[in-house]
Design a protein. Structure first.
Length: 170
């Protein structure tokens, strides 16, 4: 296992754990962005350049910013909470137990004993051509749905913000 993969994996796992365990929502969103960047690094190291750059553009560039804006638009003044919750040890135990069951089930599965088919050979140009010819309608539908979801989130945030300013009445 190369040293660069080990470093990227450790940083990605640390960012994911921070995103799950921190109490401040803005810090969680920034840690989630770090996990997305680490995952993009893993994709790039595996030779999947299109998926890696799409990860950066879509998740780091769009989803993370959307999450940060949603948090900043909808958050109320929250009291400062401790860094970890009171149930950290119990949740860690449940997590380890579930992970153990999943690892055991995967190890005993008959699917892991089969050989993998050869990976399809496609470059970025072929993927782009397919997206702009064969899959242009689904791509446009997804773009419209995401735009509608963003507009709906802003309207809900504005509606909730007006309720909070005038004592809960509109």
């Amino acid at each position: 296992m190369p040293l660069t993969f080990t470093i990227i994996a450790i940083v990605t796992i640390a960012a994911a754990v921070a995103a799950l365990s921190l109490r401040n929502l803005v810090h969680c969103a920034l840690a989630l962005s770090g996990a997305f960047v680490g995952l993009a690094g893993v994709y790039l190291q595996l030779g999947a350049q299109f998926v890696g750059f799409a990860q950066v553009l879509v998740y780091v560039g769009a989803v993370s910013i959307l999450v940060v804006f949603a948090i900043l638009l909808t958050r109320n003044d929250q009291p400062t909470d401790p860094l970890f919750s009171k149930a950290t040890l119990a949740s860690l135990g449940v997590t380890v137990a579930v992970l153990g069951v999943l690892v055991w089930a995967i190890a005993k599965s008959s699917v892991t004993k089969k050989s993998l088919p050869p990976p399809p050979v496609a470059n970025v140009k072929q993927i782009g051509d397919a997206l702009m010819t064969k899959f242009v309608l689904p791509l446009e539908v997804i773009a419209l749905l995401l735009t509608a979801a963003l507009i709906g989130a802003v309207i809900i945030a504005m509606h909730n913000g007006s309720k909070n300013k005038d004592g809960g009445h509109q």
